[in-house]
Design a protein around this ligand. Structure first.
Ligand code: FNR
Length: 368
């Protein structure tokens, strides 16, 4: 459909036909029985709003600050690998749209465009984050991280939920071909499995020996904020805090890793409660982010009410540029902005600080 008929982020997912079967298999797939990916959406539907009235909501402001960077929405673009499977300009669609709209992009280690191409496409002071898969050869990782810092990246999101990639069976049924359309093999990678889909072919460089002992090493090689992406329990949230990280992402990797892991939203209440026992709350030095299944501003507001600083979206933006390039991503930002305006007015919150726990009824989440 023409872009002006796209009215919400779900609509971008409908035109599956513009994606090649390989791209669709890689982007849409989740692990095993795909229970977690469905649960990511379902969890938001178990949280209800408790809107407040008569608060003069003439002017509402949904902008915020994410890890010291201004953001026009309480949303960032989460890292999704292999953008060129969906569109010839790949991740640059996101970089350019983010520049125009004041949104922060998290660059994936496995981007189809090179890291420098993406940074070069950004505006001079455009904030960027970097998602890191840690290489078995730590010298490669060290060079990569220090290069990113030198190029002005503001925060390092170390992915900790993928010591091995999940079995995404839709993707595994596709054979890997190094056809230049995005999928590329990383430096230091020896055993390329070509008969088990795109994800497995490109991921064997990831180091499964990564442990809590490595966090001080990361601290010693960079001054960037260090965020652990893929935390699911209060125990690990507290360990991350005590290890001196600047934040965590409650994420199950969009349902692509451990199937029947709970949703980030579902884990949020317990994790915030645990962190409150360790330090001030909200904690200016420790941020909690959530991703997975976010498609509406109302989803974002629920996570913020329950304690998240901001929320990541992966597939929503990925499908937007796959079908419509940069304009699609810009349309997605405009739609979200419109949804924030309406939802915040109807909720009685004039700014993000006014989105408080009392504005939701989360009693149907199992953490209660
Ligand atoms: C991802 N995600 C991801 N995460 C990561 O840390 N490194 C990566 O390379 C990728 N690659 C990737 C590819 C694709 C196609 C998808 C859909 C996802 C996970 C991503 O950052 C985020 O956690 C989820 O996408 C959030 O869920 P939604 O918004 O897609 O529902």
């Amino acid at each position: 459909p023409p872009l002006d008929e796209i009215l919400n982020l779900h609509d971008f997912e409908a035109p599956k036909t513009v994606l090649t079967p390989k791209a669709w298999a890689y982007y849409s797939s989740a692990s095993d029985d795909e229970i977690t990916i469905r649960e990511n959406r379902a969890a938001f539907q178990r949280v209800w709003f408790r809107p407040r009235i008569l608060r003069d909501v003439t002017s509402v402001d949904w902008s915020t600050n994410i890890l010291g960077c201004k953001s026009s929405l309480p949303v960032y673009i989460s890292a999704t690998a292999l953008g060129k499977l969906g569109h010839p300009d790949g991740e640059l669609n996101l970089t350019r749209a983010a520049a125009k709209h004041g949104i922060i992009q998290m660059i994936p280690t496995l981007a189809s465009c090179s890291f420098d191409e993406i940074v070069d496409a950004a505006q001079p002071n455009q904030p960027l984050f970097l998602q890191l898969y840690v290489n078995k050869d730590r010298e490669i990782t060290k060079k990569y991280v220090q290069h990113a810092e030198k190029r002005g990246v503001r925060a390092l999101f170390i992915t900790v939920d993928a010591p091995q990639l999940g079995r995404r069976e839709k993707d595994m049924r596709m054979k890997f071909v190094d056809d230049g359309a995005g999928a590329k093999v990383q430096e230091g990678q020896k055993d390329v499995k070509k008969d088990q889909g795109v994800a497995r072919a490109i991921s064997s460089f990831i180091d499964p020996s990564l442990s809590w002992k490595d966090i001080p090493w990361f601290r010693s090689i960079t001054n960037m904020h260090i965020i652990l992406k893929g935390v699911s329990t209060p125990e690990d949230a507290v360990l991350a805090y005590e290890a001196g990280c600047q934040g965590i992402v409650l994420s199950n990797h969009g349902g692509r890793q451990l199937d029947t892991a709970r949703s980030g939203l579902e884990n949020l209440i317990d994790i915030v409660a645990a962190l409150k026992t360790k330090g001030p709350w909200p904690n200016p030095n420790f941020s909690v982010f959530v991703d997975g299944g976010v498609r509406r501003a109302s989803d974002v507001l629920k996570a913020i009410a329950l304690g998240a600083s901001a929320v990541g979206i992966g597939r929503g933006f990925l499908y937007a540029f796959s079908s419509y390039g940069q304009e699609g991503v810009e349309r997605a930002f405009d739609i979200l902005r419109d949804e924030f305006e309406m939802n915040m007015r109807l909720l009685g919150a004039r700014n993000i600080r006014e989105v408080v726990p009392d504005m939701v009824d989360a009693s149907a989440l199992s953490a209660h």
